[in-house]
Structures are given as structure tokens and as C-alpha cells.
Write a protein that binds this ligand. Structure first.
Ligand SMILES: [Zn+2]
Length: 154
């Protein structure tokens, strides 16, 4: 039997209390731990619910190239509001997102401008489909050796 077939006990304690907040961000694994750190420690939202997909909230900004994802994410959001009692949503876009360069075929400097505008459009869309008013957005900038989260007005 291979080593990894054995049960693995996580050393992270389980806490069943929900925090009532969710985040929508890109699934890019290079920034996943930074997103966790920011949401859990920067914003004080342990155990927040996650919706991660390429481009994050880009799919809620009306791009025809993300129409299928849009329907899925709207459905997931409505489920989380109803079943997990979400009352707050945090959106994060990140610098150098491949969804924008590949799927939407955008280049800098326009790429970042579209990302920021998309956060505003996505916030309006989330408010429309869930009724949630507590929505904030951030842009994750990649610096030399760290990731900086800047608030974006939505
Ligand atoms: Zn990305």
C-alpha cells in the first residue's frame, strides 16, 4: 500500500461555527495562500466560504466568454446565501491574471483597468442576485517578494 493511501489527520482544529462571509477569487494556486492570509488575518474572516475559479469575479462582469461560469457562480452564491447564511462578500482580482490575458485576450495597461471595472460590475451583479449589500473588493498587486492587497471602490 502506498504511503499516501494511509489516512491523514489534519493538525488544523475543526470549528463548526460559520463566519457568514464568502470570497470570490481566482483559482491561481500561486496566490492561494496569500488570499487565505489576507481574508483570515487581514480582514479577520476565519473559515470564510470560498468560490475559486479562473478569473474569480470576472464571470460576473458580463463578458460573453464567461457566460457558462456566470450561471454556475450565481447558482453557488444563491446556495451559500441560503444554506450558509452569507451576509458579506469579498472579491479579489490579482495582477497578471491569465484569465484576462488568455480568455479575454487583454494586455496591460488595459488588462488592469478592465479587472478593476469588473470588480465594480461584479459587485453590482452580486447585489442584484443575492440582495447582499456588504461587498468589498481588492486588487492583489505582485511586488518583488510579496503580495499587497489594495482596496478597490465598488
Ligand atoms: Zn488569475
Amino acid at each position: 500500500m502506498p504511503e499516501d493511501a494511509l489516512p491523514y489527520d489534519s493538525r488544523v482544529a475543526y470549528d463548526r461555527r460559520r463566519i457568514g462571509a464568502g470570497a470570490i477569487y481566482c483559482s491561481d494556486g500561486r496566490v492561494g495562500e496569500h488570499f487565505d492570509d489576507f481574508l483570515q488575518n487581514g480582514l479577520g474572516l476565519p473559515r470564510y466560504d470560498r468560490i475559486a475559479l479562473p478569473g474569480g469575479a470576472a464571470c460576473l462582469a458580463g463578458h460573453p466568454q464567461a457566460h457558462l461560469e456566470e450561471q454556475g457562480v450565481v447558482d453557488e452564491l444563491q446556495f451559500l446565501v441560503q444554506a450558509h447564511g452569507l451576509k458579506r462578500i469579498v472579491l479579489i482580482a490579482h495582477e497578471g491574471c491569465a484569465f484576462y490575458s488568455n480568455r479575454l485576450e487583454l494586455k496591460e495597461p488595459r488588462l488592469t483597468l478592465v479587472q478593476r471595472a469588473d470588480l465594480v460590475r461584479a459587485a453590482a451583479s452580486i447585489h442584484r442576485v443575492t440582495g447582499i449589500t456588504n461587498i468589498d473588493a481588492y486588487f492583489a498587486r505582485l511586488l518583488e517578494d510579496k503580495v499587497r492587497f489594495e482596496a478597490v471602490e465598488v
